[in-house]
Ligand binder design. Structure first.
Ligand code: SAM
Length: 204
């Protein structure tokens, strides 16, 4: 049972919803689609990340942990630590099973707008298909928190949200918010097969 402040009522009910569907159903239904989003995001940085061992990739709203094996299979996480955060204990349990005993990996139950991480700990942050679950107040705080945990100029934020109303009507405003926190924001061209709007953000 999650015990959160009353202002997090929406997040609590989302956690319950994902807890209820966290069995294999999520992976069977969504994994191919999520992989396509990750591929598209990585393609925007030529399919790779700087090979700096010991740095930390954060997956903010990691769900059932599809990203970690994807990055491993594509050889872009070698020697790096990985932290997955999610509000759903059920989803985190599945993510932990997938990760097995990979060294330098941990999962935390937390809300993405209040990250229990030190400033500048992340070399890269991925956050795919989670933003649409946040209310307006959380959205601003989420960008601020994401920026806070990213290291200096070399970190990249790989971001996607489900392109459905009301957010699909708000893309320009979201882009402005991203530009407030990152100097360099690449908008990935919309692909009809991909349900998310995708962005790659850096602060070079
Ligand atoms: C559609 S799933 C996407 C999961 C994963 N990023 C992926 O690519 O498969 C959305 C996830 O966001 C999580 N989530 C929703 N609101 C959250 C919040 N405020 N903080 C942390 N996780 C949240 C849900 O529990 C769920 O696991």
């Amino acid at each position: 049972m999650l015990n959160m402040a009353p202002s997090y009522r929406k997040t609590q009910s989302i956690a319950r919803k994902y807890d209820a569907t966290a069995d294999t159903h999520y992976d069977v239904r969504y994994s191919e689609g999520q992989f396509e989003k990750y591929r598209s995001l990585l393609d925007a940085v030529a399919g790779t990340l700087p090979p700096v061992p010991g740095t930390t990739i954060v997956d903010s709203g990691c769900g059932s942990g599809l990203l970690l094996p994807f990055l491993s299979q594509n050889g872009v996480i070698r020697g790096k630590c990985f932290v997955g955060l999610d509000i759903s204990g059920g989803m985190l349990a599945r993510a932990m099973i997938k990760a097995g005993h990979r060294p330098g990996t941990c999962f935390i139950r937390a809300t993405v707008d209040l990250l229990p991480l030190r400033d500048g700990v992340a070399s890269d942050v991925f956050s795919v298909s989670t933003f649409q679950n946040l209310d307006t107040k959380q959205q601003g705080q989420y960008f601020k928190e994401t920026r806070r945990v990213m290291q200096g100029y070399d970190a990249t934020f790989f971001f996607g949200f489900l392109d459905k109303p009301p957010l699909s009507d708000d893309v320009d405003k979201i882009l402005q918010d991203l530009k407030h926190f990152f100097k360099n924001v690449v908008v990935i061209e919309k692909n009809p097969r991909i349900e998310d709007r995708l962005f790659v953000c850096k602060d070079p």
